[in-house]
Design a protein around this ligand. Structure first.
Ligand SMILES: NC(=O)c1ccc[n+]([C@@H]2O[C@H](COP(=O)([O-])OP(=O)(O)OC[C@H]3O[C@@H](n4cnc5c(N)ncnc54)[C@H](OP(=O)(O)O)[C@@H]3O)[C@@H](O)[C@H]2O)c1
Length: 330
């Protein structure tokens, strides 16, 4: 790899466009190519972002010798096969969340990356954002004491016009893998691996979870309560309750527009914590990290490791097991 990491994007949907937009803020990175199922979509995308190369298939994209790393932005059910396609062509991979549909698929992706000696990382962008780091630092330095409970909610009301991948079982629909994953990620970040997992799901006629309520229990008595829904538009917030005080991540806790508020002593007023502003939407942080890893010759991220992704998918599997949610990939 040269001194500039050359990126390709696989898929031309909503998130692919946001990511492409944010790549302009990444040092030592250049977006050079896009692959789509259709030449027309690839061409429109390429013209929007002034890319020299647009391919009418994912197979053509991975054969471009100039591309170093590929960002995979397809529906969940395709992450496994798309990642393997890239790895088999020795392309480093940043793959959208959820990494894949279940632990078996994630383990297969990791095993392939190790065998091919190619970089692979899950695109869990929140882990790279300034406000997430600020929250983790406040927890680590004991500002709110020992965290005894985490509450996280993520929900919005879907309509007839909503993206079909949210609701169709064949596309990996349901709240848990799409938005509930952020609730789970936050609880794992703050409290670690739970000792016990309980979950209840309200299923749609399609058979996916349109509401999901989860309880994590811990040996030290801590608990997490996590709720995701497609049936109501709700405050998308995280609350950490501590032995000394409380911390709140305001609306859209998973993205940099959210704000942090801390109440340092029980009953004291919440005060806003200042956090660095991002230049773009926030995807530039994970993209910069991957670019830096590749420039250093790393094959695994020291920030979002394979073990981190395995813990996340194992937890999601356990929640689905408790809620009785099965996909074709299982
Ligand atoms: N990190 C985040 O903030 C964030 C936000 C939203 C979504 N995501 C994740 O990103 C992934 C994509 O989400 P999205 O909202 O961008 O989805 P989207 O708008 O529906 O785009 C998905 C793209 O995947 C490709 N694709 C391949 N096979 C497909 C099929 N059978 N049906 C539909 N599309 C297919 C299409 O691109 P071509 O037609 O060009 O091949 C399509 O444009 C999901 O896994 C989601 O969890 C992450």
């Amino acid at each position: 790899m040269g001194s500039v990491i050359k990126w390709g994007i696989l898929g031309t949907g909503r998130i692919a466009k946001k990511f492409a937009e944010d790549l302009q803020y990444v040092q030592h990175a250049q977006l050079i190519a896009v692959g789509s199922r259709s030449q027309q979509s690839a061409d429109v995308f390429a013209s929007q972002f002034q890319l020299a190369k647009s391919y009418d298939s994912y197979e053509a994209l991975v054969q471009d010798a100039e591309v170093d790393v590929i960002y995979i932005a397809t529906p969940h059910v395709f992450h496994y096969e798309n990642t393997l396609l890239c790895l088999h062509h020795n392309k480093a991979v940043l793959c959208e969340k959820p990494f894949a549909m279940n632990r078996k698929q994630v383990a297969g992706m990791i095993e392939t990356a190790r065998r091919k000696n190619v970089f692979l990382m899950e695109a869990l962008w929140t882990k790279f954002l300034p406000h997430y780091h600020a929250m983790m630092e406040l927890v680590a330095n004991g500002t709110i004491g020992e965290v005894v409970a985490v509450q996280a909610n993520f929900g919005f009301k879907t309509t007839e016009q909503s993206n079909k991948r949210l609701t169709e079982i064949s596309l990996g629909g349901g709240t848990l893998l799409d938005i509930g994953i952020y609730n789970v990620f936050m609880a794992l970040s703050v409290l670690g691996k739970p000792a016990g997992i309980e979950a209840a799901m309200k299923k749609s006629v399609e058979g996916v979870d349109e509401q999901c309520a989860i309880t994590f229990t811990y040996n030290n008595g801590a608990m997490a309560q996590l709720f995701s829904t497609f049936n109501a538009t709700i405050p998308i917030e995280v609350h950490l309750f501590g032995s000394k005080g409380n911390l709140k991540l305001s609306h859209r806790f998973y993205e940099p527009s959210c704000e942090i508020f801390v109440s340092e002593h029980s009953g004291s007023e919440y005060k806003k914590v200042e956090v660095a502003k991002t230049q773009g939407t926030g995807y530039e942080y994970e993209a910069q990290h991957v670019t830096d890893c590749l420039l250093k010759g790393l094959k695994e991220s020291p920030v979002l490791s394979f073990d981190d992704s395995l813990l996340l998918i194992e937890t999601l599997d356990a929640i689905r097991n408790a809620g009785g949610l099965v996909y074709e990939a299982d």
